[in-house]
Write a protein that binds this ligand. Sequence first.
Ligand code: PEP
Length: 252
Amino acid sequence: MRRPVIAGNWKMYKTIAEAVDFVEKIKPVAESAEHCEVVVAPPFTALAAVAKAAKGSKVAVAAQDVHWDKEGAHTGDVSPLMLSDAGCTHVIIGHSERRQDHAETDDLVNRRLKAALAAGLTPIVCVGETLVEREAGRTLEVLERQFLRGLAGLTSSDFSRIIIAYEPVWAIGTGRTATPEMAAESHRYLRELARRQFGQEEAGAIRILYGGSVKPDNVGGLMAQEEIDGALVGGASLKVDSFSALIQYRRG
Ligand code: PEP
């Protein structure tokens, strides 16, 4: 059984006070949600305060990016050790906004991923095609490249510790959601890649989240797909009401 994950990516939103207030309100909702894990990814500035507020609750805290070195002359970067020190247990890696705005490559994703694993963090690795790539019929080819390069060199035991998020770039923040069937097709392909690369058991156990304009009114349809193991949510994770509704999704 793959335990679903509902993860909120707060991007560059929320002050420390706003983030802590949000977590205080979401804690009881997460507490009563037996069916899924809940993760929030605040901006770097709020990580330590949110982790402190979430301590002992069922809300896990993720960073939105990580450097691969333990320490060093990397102005503006944050190391895996620093994230653990701040109370993070998870980290998002390779989000399309990092790929687009910060020239993130599959090779850098791979370095970040290995460093996060070495530090004991749970990586949420994002993959997904752009609109141009989808319209050119290249979706599966892009997913294969991102999967093989981004996850290169991982052992099966490493692989069992990660979460994958399939996020079609054209669906992020646009209000255009992939239909549940479209998402499921990509998820099936990613699971097939996992089977070829890491084996049947690992492929069956890997959690693959869907991300891209997930909202309370479409989460049930997406989660009804056997292949979809949760959601990575941007916009709808910023309000307590909508994030609570997402956590309390019903399949169907
Ligand atoms: C995201 O940031 O990963 C995301 C999927 O955003 P949104 O839900 O706003 O499309």
